[in-house]
Ligand binder design. Structure first.
Ligand code: 5AD
Ligand code: SF4
Length: 443
């Protein structure tokens, strides 16, 4: 038997989930639990799950399947996050060794749920979605010593026809600006140089307090906190991506030179069917705000291919949009039908081979765009935050303000530990997904 009050957690999905796990870990540690590195060594095994596409959802059931034989040997399994919210108590039927099923809107009740588990209750749930609460806890255990996430808004009030998120994360709830600012100042005092503001739709942020800040104001104020050198935010919805945001970024270079603005499709007809609340031209007008701004901004996006009814002509519109915008990176996905969503009932499903073909074409086009754009940077000197080390290659891994990975060597062999440092690096080579360079910064 492994010691009680040991836990293991594996996280799937987006940064919101990654940050939720940091809060869950902090809450468990505050209750006297110890984190262990393998599920075998743990008494409590938690999976913080993602259900954005079917493949993500299946992962947790594969993991749980590996432990069926543990039924009854005292280990306690918990499913957290989006699959938990979506499947609810059905998980107990499908995986009878699971004792806890809780969605992210219930994590403020985690201490109570732990008490129930500790008392031997084997059917503990947290599945309420109608909430005004955010999981706003001081007990966060942050993984990265240099970059810290801050949740500013949870949930989603949009209703994109393909998306489970409104069903798994509940209605939109913003944190007060006072609470966000207090956390930003605390993190700066603790030495975090980079802050990443998180939300399903960060730019729909609306301060619920009397101060009533909008997202652009919050961005500007966080960037002014002493000690903070970089501020990023993700994810933005194009409909709410207003000029004031670009103006705030233009005014203060602490706000990083990067915007992730998921377009999903280049066809106005498909955007309408997806209920995205903007047309192709409206999206391109948002891009124009960035292209005519005071600094060059890196723009990245998400694309779904094979949404029901997507014709070859619609698809060509997406390819044309990629040519026009010249994104710096792109995440592309085959449409995956999800429970509860409006698109489930839509006719004219695109066959899987056709989705696969379109996906390959998108990825190939984007690859050549990135090869060309990255090659243009050879010779430039860029500031990086050093995030890691590749011992095998003798390289340090840095990230530029516009979110490119720049792997580099340092001319001074005395440069022993550069992690967390900001250095100037000259770009010497480029590939489709990263840059390579040399730093001569004094260390
Ligand atoms: N099928 C495929 N991709 C999806 N995404 C969201 N829902 C689906 C789905 N049902 C993609 C979108 C979103 C990203 C996080 O995942 O592109 O921006
Ligand atoms: Fe996955 Fe979406 Fe849930 Fe994030 S919010 S974990 S992407 S389903």
């Amino acid at each position: 038997m492994v010691p009680a009050k040991t836990f293991y957690i594996e996280t799937f999905g987006c940064q919101m989930n990654a940050h939720d796990s940091e809060k869950v870990i902090g809450t468990l540690i505050a209750r006297g639990y110890t984190r262990v590195e393998t599920p075998e060594a743990a008494h409590l095994v938690l999976y913080n799950t993602c259900s954005i596409r079917d493949r993500a959802e299946q992962k947790v059931f594969t993991r749980l399947g590996n432990f069926k034989r543990d039924l009854g040997n005292g280990k306690v399994f918990g499913v957290l996050g989006c699959v938990a919210q979506q499947e609810g108590e059905r998980i107990f039927e499908r995986a009878p060794h699971v004792s806890l099923v809780a969605g992210s809107a219930s994590y403020t009740r985690l201490p109570e749920m732990l008490v129930q588990l500790e008392a031997g209750n084997r059917r503990v749930t947290g599945l309420k979605l109608e909430t005004n609460e955010t999981f706003d806890t001081p007990l966060v255990r942050r993984d990265n010593p240099h970059r810290a996430y801050i949740t500013i808004i949870e949930g989603c009030d949009k209703s994109c026809a393909y998306c489970v998120v409104p069903f798994t994360r509940g209605p939109e709830r913003s944190r007060t600006s006072e609470s966000v600012m207090a956390e930003a100042r605390r993190l700066a005092d603790q030495g975090f140089g980079e802050i990443q503001l998180l939300g399903q739709n960060v730019n729909s942020y609306r301060d619920p307090s009397a101060a009533a800040w909008d997202f652009a104001t919050l961005l500007a104020r966080v960037a002014e906190v002493t000690g903070i050198r970089r501020v990023r935010y993700t994810t933005s919805h194009p409909r709410d991506f207003v000029k004031a945001i670009v103006e705030a970024m233009d005014r203060n270079p602490v706000l990083c030179d990067h915007v992730h603005l998921p377009v999903q499709s280049g066809s106005t007809r498909i955007l309408g069917a997806m209920d995205r609340l903007y047309t192709r031209d409206e999206y391109l007008a948002r891009i124009e705000l960035l292209k005519t701004a005071k600094r060059p901004y890196s723009i990245t996006t998400d694309i779904i291919v094979g949404f029901p009814g997507e014709t070859e002509e619609d698809f060509q519109q997406t390819l044309d949009l990629l040519d026009r915008v010249q994104f710096d990176a792109l995440f592309s996905f085959k449409y995956s039908p999800r429970p509860n969503t409006a698109a489930l009932a839509m006719p004219d499903a695109v066959p899987d081979e056709e989705k696969q073909r379109r996906l390959a074409i998108v990825q190939e086009k984007q690859r050549s765009i990135q090869i060309r754009r990255n090659a243009e940077r050879i010779g430039a000197v860029e500031e990086v935050l050093v995030e890691g080390r590749n011992q095998a290659l003798g390289q340090w891994i840095g990230r530029t303000t516009d979110n490119h990975i720049l792997n580099f060597t340092h001319s001074d062999p005395a440069a022993e530990n550069l992690l967390g440092r900001y250095l100037a690096v000259r770009v010497t080579r480029s590939g489709p997904n990263s840059l390579v360079g040399e730093s001569t910064s004094v260390v």
